[in-house]
Write a protein that binds this ligand. Structure first.
Ligand SMILES: [Zn+2]
Ligand SMILES: [Zn+2]
Length: 326
């Protein structure tokens, strides 16, 4: 599992920093959080493939988080993409993309599903492709879970910003414990489908005997899954703390330094110190500061120092930086 920073600037791009976009690679899937202007360029620079199954989670409709989305979809049309694409975001996400089809002729000849999160009604509104009269399904949301696959799920929560904004969490399901094939061999169990069952921690019946792989030391105890949380734009809020509880990695906006906390409060953004306090409150293991105001270029290090004084395991996002999540 690996995080790739594609854009880490707030509001305006600078030479070293593109606008918000962060990719999470997990077992052949790519989950992209936000899609700032020109994300397609960073996508290529980061070596990400254009024709692979992709999930995009848009936090809100401020231009610096969304303008790159049509650009990326036009790029997909150019390469005749056929891999599936799911896009999550606030209400009007379908309309936003539909206008690009209607006015600019955007083609999406692949399996595209658009999900608008309707927080008030606790529902997902699902659109299949960009047809003019889309079939719309409504799905109830339980516990904030908006998407589930066999090994992980995605959750959202409402943040505290000047327009409707969602934070997202990637939650890996508990993983099977480490498998010790030599123990299975010691017990005389031949390499077969039985091994596959044992690897999942389930007991088997072998030669009339029930074998519990955990008790027999064939597999270790289940390992907790990993959790990555992305704040989007937000002032500190309780719903982010709950969403990100016990995260292995928290990616938190840090638009301003501590000195500009008045502006941060007024604009409903966070400072480096806010981000660090949130990491402490949610018991996160590691913090990445992103969405850095263009006013800090060399001085971005100062934001890092301020946060580290409170939460030492903090890092400053740099475009094209990758972070492995063990
Ligand atoms: Zn922003
Ligand atoms: Zn914003």
């Amino acid at each position: 599992m690996e995080l790739v920073i594609l854009g880490s600037s707030a509001a305006t791009p600078i030479r070293e920093r593109n606008l918000s976009a962060i990719g999470l690679r997990y077992r052949g899937d790519l989950i992209l959080f936000d899609c700032g202007e020109d994300t397609q360029r960073r996508f290529i620079e980061a070596g990400l493939k254009l024709n692979k199954s992709l999930i995009i989670c848009i936090t809100h409709f401020h231009a610096d988080h969304i303008i790159g989305l049509p650009g990326l979809l036009f790029r997909f049309a150019l390469i005749e993409r056929n891999a599936s694409l799911r896009i999550f975001g606030p209400r009007n996400l379908f309309l936003y993309l539909y206008l690009h089809k209607k006015i600019l002729g955007l083609r999406t000849d692949y399996n595209l599903i658009i999900y608008e999160i309707d927080h008030e009604n606790n529902q997902l509104i699902q659109y299949h492709g960009l047809e003019s009269e889309p079939p719309i399904d409504k799905i109830d949301i339980e516990n904030g879970v908006i998407f589930e696959k066999n090994r992980y799920f995605l959750k959202y929560a409402l943040m505290k910003h000047s327009i409707t904004t969602y934070g997202y969490a990637f939650v890996e399901k508990p993983r099977y414990g480490k498998f010790h094939p030599e123990r299975a061999q010691d017990l005389g169990i031949p390499e077969s489908n039985l091994w596959k069952t044992l690897q999942t921690g389930k007991s088997i019946k072998y030669q009339g005997r029930i074998i519990n792989p955990i008790k027999e030391g064939i597999v270790d105890n289940e390992r907790p899954g990993r959790k990555i949380t992305y704040s989007g734009d937000t002032a500190p809020c309780q719903s982010l703390i709950e969403l990100g509880k016990d995260s292995d990695l928290l990616i938190h906006e840090s638009t301003f330094a501590k000195k500009l906390s008045d502006i941060a409060n007024e604009k409903l953004h966070s400072t480096s110190v806010d981000a660090a306090h949130d990491a402490v409150k949610m018991n996160a293991k590691k913090l990445i500061l992103t969405h850095i105001s263009a006013r800090y270029q060399e001085e971005a290090q100062k934001l890092l120092e301020e946060a580290r004084a409170i939460f030492p395991n903090t890092f400053l996002a740099q475009d094209l930086m990758t972070i492995k999540i063990e």
